[in-house]
Design a protein around this ligand. Structure first.
Ligand SMILES: Cc1cc2nc3c(=O)[nH]c(=O)nc-3n(C[C@H](O)[C@H](O)[C@H](O)COP(=O)(O)OP(=O)(O)OC[C@H]3O[C@@H](n4cnc5c(N)ncnc54)[C@H](O)[C@@H]3O)c2cc1C
Length: 476
């Protein structure tokens, strides 16, 4: 008999959350704390979505998306999770850039960037200050016409070295390009610039484990290996139930943490929406995907500190096509020292590159395996510039591709950072189309990344709460 992963689940919950990415986890926790009965359904055998890790023989643990996030994560975790989780968020201060145009190290905050732009790049302090103030002042209600490229051209005309410094890390963090609305850049860049880059001490497994404990103590019914096949909507467009592992469970509301396009077209079906909404949803562009190479050193083997995050490129200027190409010329190395996981004796490196799903999707199995091998080898060659003794101390190397991300998270085309800007509007308008149907997850660039996902989870939980709580006048 196959194991029943829904054993003892109820037939009805106030809220069903589909997916355990950081947005889904946070929505579930906030709603359970508010007193609702919550069922969290995750198709994978592990919680966390993209915020994930894996273990390999010899005791190696690799983090997938723990490269860095803004300080805001500390406040959000303290408020919507626990003080203990917030306390383990610590700063990474060794951010490096190595490329044909410059070589520098920064703490990745406003003071450090101001110094670099003035002293090293020769930009006047007045222009730098005005640029930072403009970026900081941007918000969702601003002009959405100006592109990030136009913003840079306004402040730093013809300076592709400055554009590279300001843009490359953000492109790695959320896939955005010079053609995306400037406000998406302004919001994300300013979040980082406020205090620099932070990480979670103990690793993603410790974070997600602590989140699970907190959810369970608040009463969330957490189920893994539970694939939601559909969301049932009544003819008068109200959420009625979900079908999961072949079982129907009714509910008052659904928060879908699955990709917004999958939520609309696969889980619900377009017949339940207005035609204009369907058109908008169809037009939403997915963000790009990623490749990674995971490199573990032998137990106890170490290398000289190389910084925490290193943006390496052999390319001249900021070039999005080069960054996405299978002919890799740019890589972000995340260096993990024993301090990342106190008590461990391991040095690990994760190399990340942005990637197009289409470059990997149609390879034959043989070509796919060969390409992954090549990816591993060329990455080791590149990393040897920074860790000369690398090949003597390496114990384990493997690669992931857009196909891997699609497989584990079910994101169409392995999209690493959700959708482009237009996805946010579709996500926000979902409850106006179907009563009780909500989406919380990476959309619109600004609601992506660890901080964006957590914060969007909170925003959506509050919307669910508003729907479920009858107005005071109704109960009087
Ligand atoms: C390689 C890489 C590096 C990254 N690095 C960083 C970084 O350094 N800093 C940062 O801030 N962000 C980073 N990110 C982005 C960040 O990890 C994500 O934006 C964030 O974790 C996404 O959270 P989410 O809530 O949108 O959901 P996701 O993580 O996308 O999770 C969605 C969940 O829903 C589940 N699901 C989908 N459909 C179903 C279904 N039908 N039934 C049941 N379950 C379902 C999936 O299995 C998944 O668990 C990185 C991402 C990648 C891929």
């Amino acid at each position: 008999m196959p194991r029943d992963f829904l054993k003892d689940a109820q037939d009805h919950y106030d809220v069903v959350v589909i997916g355990s990415g950081l947005a889904g986890l946070t929505s579930a926790n906030v709603l359970a704390r508010a007193g609702y009965s919550v069922l969290l359904l995750e198709h994978h055998y592990q919680l966390g979505g993209m915020a994930t890790w894996f273990k390999r023989k010899g005791g190696h643990i690799f983090d997938i998306s723990l490269h860095g996030f803004p300080i805001g994560m500390k406040k959000s975790c303290r408020k919507y999770w626990t003080p203990e989780i917030a306390e383990r968020i610590v700063q990474l201060d060794g951010i490096r850039f190595e490329n044909p145009q410059f070589s520098l190290e920064t703490t990745f905050d406003r003071d450090s960037f101001t110094n670099i732009l003035v002293e090293q790049f020769g930009i006047s302090l007045e222009v730098v200050s005005e640029f930072f103030d403009t970026a900081r002042g941007m918000n969702f209600f601003d002009d959405q016409e100006m592109t990030t490229g136009e913003l840079f051209e306004r402040f730093f005309p013809g300076r592709d070295d400055v554009v590279r410094l300001l843009m490359e890390p953000i492109t790695y963090a959320n896939g955005s390009t010079l053609e995306d609305p400037a406000l998406t850049y302004g919001i994300v860049f300013s979040n980082f610039m406020s205090k620099g880059v932070f990480t979670f001490e103990g690793g993603t497994d410790a974070l997600v484990g602590a989140m699970k404990d907190e959810m369970v103590s608040n009463g969330v019914d957490v189920r893994i290996r539970c694939l939601v096949e559909s969301i049932e909507v009544t003819p008068d467009r109200k959420v009625a139930a979900v079908v999961v592992n072949g079982r129907r469970i009714t509910c008052g509301a659904v928060v879908s943490n699955a990709n917004i396009k999958q939520t609309v077209f696969e889980l619900v079906g377009e017949d339940s929406f207005d035609p204009e909404f369907v058109e908008d949803a169809r037009a939403v562009r997915l963000n790009n995907s990623s490749c990674q190479v995971y490199i573990a050193m032998k137990p106890g083997a170490s290398f000289e500190p190389c910084g925490d995050l290193l943006f390496h490129s052999e390319h001249h200027g900021f070039d999005i096509d080069a960054m996405l190409s299978r002919e890799i010329s740019s890589r972000t190395f995340s260096f993990y020292y024993p301090r990342t996981r106190p008590g461990s004796d391991r040095h690990l490196v994760v190399s990340s590159t942005n990637a197009n799903f289409s470059d990997w999707a149609d390879l034959s199995e043989a070509d796919y395996e060969e390409s992954k091998k090549d990816l591993c080898e060329t990455t080791l060659d590149c990393l040897e510039q920074y860790v000369p003794e690398l090949r003597e101390i390496v114990e384990h190397v493997e690669a992931s591709t857009p196909r891997t991300f699609q497989h584990y998270t079910r994101h169409l085309q392995g999209a690493s950072f959700g959708t482009k800007f237009e996805g946010l509007k579709v996500s926000q308008k979902l409850p106006e189309q179907v009563q009780g149907l909500f989406h919380a997850g990476s959309v619109g660039i600004i609601m992506s990344g660890w901080l964006g996902a957590v914060n969007y989870g909170v925003i959506v939980a509050n919307e669910v709460d508003k729907l479920m709580t009858p107005p005071a006048s109704a109960s009087a």
